[in-house]
Design a protein around this ligand. Structure first.
Ligand code: UQ1
Length: 465
């Protein structure tokens, strides 16, 4: 799809054009394989001083959405030349993860959302295809798993977060078992199992889970459920108006007390849940998959539910090399100022994307707003100025509520709605719409691969640079 705007995307764009024109327009992290190596503590009297094998003006840890977007936006400032900027990432693949929900819904092939990481990089960027073993902000250096050390003037920590499949007992085995009806859209390896599992399912109890703790794209756990519901409705095995008489039953088991973290959208989604006969198991955190039993922690209690189909969202957390470093906060995220994205202690360390402590929902849309702020501030600091750009927490969750419709949730810090199209088109984005479905399914994957990772897409601001 690279290089061509699909007709459906054009249609979506036309619908969205008013807002995009205003901004004088137009314009996954990875499957993280950061193998972390624990630093050995050697008992010497003088601490070893790392001698950098090589130094760069800016070292970017991570070639995911945040890392690539930031590195290319830095390059587009025109202030950097060949090899001034380096990216470290051990993976050869870069995935458009927002598309995995669509893979789960049978709308995309996972292979079409995968890119060869080295080929996404401008030749002026230096790529180290190695894992990071440790960060040493006091000596302005990064140690790589091949034993070498990189020095930097500024460091951008953007390795994303890790999926901890084994934090739910029995989950890795259940996912790996081709015969089981347990699947998840949260990994490249696992997302291909989802749609065939949904399609095959004709009878019984389906449970969709959302864990306690930080996850990327907090709406995705229910996006796939709404698509599954619609699929089963079309297949004639689920009738929202007569759940008792339907062969299929659906439950949403979430560790949250509500459907979504933002009250405005949560109210709508709760309305849809009730209207469509989905059982709500709130405050339920999946801790174990045992045969056909899903075991939840619900407050102090342990609750067991039998299932015939289980879609699991695994637990997630920071990479060990971040968590164990001096740049991490107590939870293991890179401890940055929520406005400037600059580290609270180390003035030449920055972070954006899933690894950052920014208290907002972790999405690619959030990175469209974080990256220009980080880039402007980093360059200003490099030139001896004070950082002045401020990130307001913008993030978005294009929530598929059925085939052909998306509720485009957009909000900032504090769960305050900040809707791109609402004001300009005089619409309320709480209403699921077809135009937003085409934005999500056709336009965003296209603009991501052709402009965003190249540093030329500003999200709601349209095309930039
Ligand atoms: C966006 O720019 C983007 O990246 C390409 C997404 O991808 C996953 C999004 O979900 C959203 C909402 C945006 C924001 C852009 C507009 C035009 C609202």
């Amino acid at each position: 799809m690279v290089g061509h705007l699909p007709p459906t995307a054009l249609a979506a764009l036309r619908c969205a054009s008013s807002s995009l024109l205003r901004s004088s327009l137009l314009r996954a992290s990875l499957i993280r394989t950061f193998a972390t190596v624990a630093t050995k503590t050697t008992k010497t009297t003088t601490p070893p001083v790392p001698t950098p094998s090589r130094s760069h003006k800016v070292v970017v840890v991570g070639g995911g959405t945040a890392g690539l977007t930031i590195a290319h936006q830095l390059l587009r400032t025109g202030k950097f030349t060949q090899d001034d900027l380096a990216i470290i990432d051990p993976s050869q693949d870069h995935h458009y993860q927002p598309g995995w929900t669509l893979v789960g819904g049978g709308l995309k092939r996972r292979e079409d959302l995968r890119h060869h990481l080295p080929s996404l990089l401008d030749p002026k960027l230096k790529l180290y295809s190695t894992a990071v073993s440790s960060l040493s902000p006091k000596t302005n250096s990064v140690s790589l798993s091949d034993g070498s050390t990189l020095g930097y003037e500024h460091l951008v920590v953007a390795p994303g977060i890790k999926i901890n499949y084994d934090a739910i007992k029995g989950l890795p085995e259940a996912l790996a078992d081709r015969e089981s009806s347990v699947s998840t859209i949260y990994g490249y390896d696992t997302c291909a199992k989802v749609f065939p599992t949904l399609e095959r399912f004709q009878k019984g109890q389906a449970i969709f889970t959302q864990p306690a703790g930080v996850v990327k794209c907090a709406g995705a756990p229910q996006k796939v459920m709404w698509l599954a519901l619609d699929l089963w409705k079309k297949q004639g095995v689920y009738n929202p108006a007569d759940v008792k008489g339907s062969p299929v039953k659906i439950a949403f088991a979430t560790a949250l007390p509500v459907m979504f973290g933002v009250p405005k959208y949560s109210a709508k989604l709760e309305e849809l849940r009730k209207e469509r006969g989905v059982e709500g198991l709130f405050g339920h955190d999946l801790v174990e998959v045992n045969g056909d039993k899903a075991v939840f922690k619900a407050g102090e209690e342990t609750v067991e539910r039998r299932f015939d189909l289980l879609h699991v969202v695994p637990k997630m957390g920071p990479h060990a090399f971040v968590k164990e470093s001096e740049v991490a906060d107590a939870a293991g995220f890179v401890d940055v100022d929520q406005g400037t994205t600059r580290h609270k202690k180390f003035g030449n360390v920055w972070s954006a994307g899933d690894a950052a402590s920014l208290p907002t929902s972790k999405t690619a849309a959030a990175i469209t707003a974080q990256a220009p702020v980080l880039v402007k501030n980093l360059v200003d600091v490099m030139e001896g100025k004070e950082p002045s750009a401020v990130y307001d927490g913008y993030t978005s969750c294009p929530l598929t509520t059925q085939y052909g419709k998306v509720l485009l949730a957009e909000f900032q810090y504090g769960g305050v709605p900040k809707e791109t199209f609402g004001d300009w088109l005089g619409i309320d984005q709480v209403e699921p719409r077809r135009a937003f479905y085409h934005l999500k399914k056709d336009f965003f994957p296209w603009v991501y691969a052709n402009y965003m990772v190249k540093g030329a897409w500003g999200g709601p601001k349209g095309f930039i640079n």
